[in-house]
Structures are given as structure tokens and as C-alpha cells.
Design a protein around this ligand. Structure first.
Ligand SMILES: NC(=O)C1=CN([C@@H]2O[C@H](COP(=O)(O)OP(=O)(O)OC[C@H]3O[C@@H](n4cnc5c(N)ncnc54)[C@H](O)[C@@H]3O)[C@@H](O)[C@H]2O)C=CC1
Ligand SMILES: C[C@H](O)[C@@H]1OC(=O)[C@H](O)[C@@H]1O
Length: 253
């Protein structure tokens, strides 16, 4: 098992990639604290699934956009499990909208959840790891969108480039404490975040057609890579970005 007896914290883990990562961490032997936001039923289901795997879990509700949610999440995890070994910054939103009439509030909220949220949470987790003095691993869910644009994602893609950049700078800032920081760049993974967008059969077919492996990603495709980066198997990796997109980025023509 890759994460035996580690304490793993994951934001936005009631659904999608975060949920799959929480379950994979438990399968790999970890006890897991999940941050969730206004999603109590789904949060309770994830906790129950982790417990059914024989591991411990707690769910803490909080909006990642608020600095107090970060300190509250880390304190609650430490209260439950005594320490933090791995932090996964996953929570994110992508309300598709055109550029020319982007509502200020949509732009602001997307930046605050995706980028400020990642910053506050990473900072709180890193402070706990530094206090423990035994290093740690931080993995942030960036995106293929850190590398390419999207017509309806002008507010979103800069946050994903920012998350990857945050991991690079944190790798530099935290290396002396033995804390590794890396990002995962998923391609198109079928989750709630793009359910409406991919409900259009033409759009779905187009996206699938761009992927050499011939299918959209599943949350589990990302969770296994996060588990690897979080584990000692990746002990000399820091400041790196792993693209997990079925080959989509390479498929220019
Ligand atoms: N699905 C995809 O194609 C891709 C997703 N990503 C990223 O993966 C991450 C997870 O997204 P998915 O699992 O796909 O979507 P999802 O919509 O299934 O899950 C998002 C999770 O974040 C939580 N969340 C939303 N706002 C929050 C807030 N303010 N505070 C705390 N939690 C909050 C939601 O409750 C949910 O559990 C996001 O950061 C997204 O940008 C990156 C590349 C591709
Ligand atoms: C939500 C989108 O479908 C998804 O999010 C990303 O980060 C990917 O680039 C996809 O566009």
C-alpha cells in the first residue's frame, strides 16, 4: 500500500475527482479528512465508504474561499488524527461563460474558490507539516487548462495555471522542510463540473475524438496518479506537473 497509516487531507472531496482520491487514499492505507461544502449527504456517504474500507474518515464543511476554512479544516483533521502527512488541493468550480460579458461576480468567485482557496488551504496544511518537522507531500489539481485556452473558460484557465505556479513556488519555499509540492493536470474527466457542457452530444463526441485513448477520463484515472505523487514512490519529485489526459494535449494533428 502506498499511503499506509498516513493522514491525508483533501478539499472538495464529496464528489468527482476529490471523492475518488479520498477513496483511493483509503484503499492505499490512509486515514482521510475531507473538506466538503454544503454537500452533507454526499460527504456522509464518502465517510461511510472509507470506513467500509477499514480506514477512518472525518468530513468538515467549509468554503475554501475563506481563510478561516483552511485553518479550521487542518485543526479538525489534527484533532481527529493527530497530524497531516499529505494535503490534496482539489476543490474547484468552472461556471462556463463567454468572455465579453463575463459577470464580475463569476470571475471573482472562480478566482477565490480555485486559486485563493488553493493558496489558503496549502498554507494551512504546510504550516502544520512544518510544525511536525517530518516533511510531507502536497498535490494540487491543476488542469490541462493551465496549458491551453477555452472560449468559455477565460475566468477558469488562469486559475489552473495559477495553481500549477503555486505548487512550483511552494516547492521552492517548502523544500527545506522536506515538503514536496506537485500538481496534476487532468484532461477532460467526466464529473459534475462538466455534466451540462458534455450533455451536448456533439460537444461530447468532439472532446472524445480529440483523445488518442478514445474515451473521456474517469475520476479514478486521476486519483491513482495523486496517490503516486503523495507517496514515497515519488520521493524525489517536487515542482513537477503530471499531465493525465489520455494523450489529448499531444494530439495536434
Ligand atoms: N472534470 C474535469 O474535466 C477537470 C477537473 N479539474 C479540476 O478538478 C477539481 C475537481 O473537479 P471535479 O471533480 O471535476 O468536479 P466536481 O464538481 O465533481 O467536484 C468539485 C468539488 O469541489 C467542491 N467545491 C466546490 N466549491 C467549493 C468550495 N467553495 N469550497 C469547498 N469545496 C467546494 C464541490 O462540492 C465538489 O465536491 C477542480 O479543481 C477542477 O478544476 C481539472 C481538470 C479537468
Ligand atoms: C470543466 C471542464 O470540462 C474541464 O475542466 C478542465 O480543467 C478541463 O480542461 C476541462 O475543460
Amino acid at each position: 500500500m502506498l499511503l499506509e497509516d498516513k493522514v491525508v487531507l483533501i478539499t472538495g472531496a464529496s464528489r468527482g475527482i476529490g471523492r475518488a482520491t479520498a477513496l483511493e487514499a483509503a484503499r492505499q492505507g490512509a486515514n482521510v479528512a475531507i473538506n466538503t461544502y454544503r454537500d452533507a449527504k454526499a460527504a456522509a456517504e464518502v465517510v461511510a465508504e472509507i470506513e467500509a474500507l477499514g480506514r477512518r474518515a472525518v468530513a468538515i464543511d467549509g468554503d475554501v474561499a475563506l481563510p478561516d476554512s483552511a485553518t479550521g479544516f487542518v485543526s479538525a483533521a489534527v484533532e481527529a488524527f493527530g497530524r497531516v502527512d499529505v494535503f490534496v488541493s482539489n476543490a474547484g468550480i468552472c461556471p462556463f461563460h463567454a468572455f465579453l460579458d463575463m459577470p464580475v461576480e463569476t470571475l471573482r468567485r472562480t478566482m477565490e474558490v480555485n486559486l485563493h482557496g488553493a493558496y489558503f488551504m496549502t498554507q494551512a496544511a504546510a504550516n502544520q507539516m512544518v510544525k511536525q518537522g517530518e516533511g510531507g507531500a502536497i498535490v494540487a489539481i491543476s488542469s490541462i487548462s493551465a496549458l491551453v485556452g477555452g472560449e468559455m473558460q477565460t475566468h477558469y484557465t488562469p486559475t489552473k495555471a495559477g495553481v500549477h505556479s503555486l505548487m512550483q513556488s511552494c516547492a521552492v519555499a517548502l523544500g527545506r522542510h522536506g515538503i514536496r509540492c506537485n500538481s496534476v493536470l487532468p484532461g477532460t474527466i467526466a464529473t459534475d463540473i462538466n455534466k451540462d457542457d458534455l450533455a451536448d452530444p456533439a460537444k461530447r463526441e468532439y472532446m472524445e475524438g480529440r483523445i488518442p485513448l478514445g474515451r473521456l477520463g474517469r475520476p479514478e484515472d486521476i486519483a491513482s496518479v495523486v496517490a503516486f505523487l503523495a507517496s514515497d514512490m515519488a520521493s524525489y519529485m517536487s515542482g513537477a506537473a503530471l499531465l493525465v489526459d489520455g494523450g489529448a494535449f499531444a494530439n495536434f494533428q
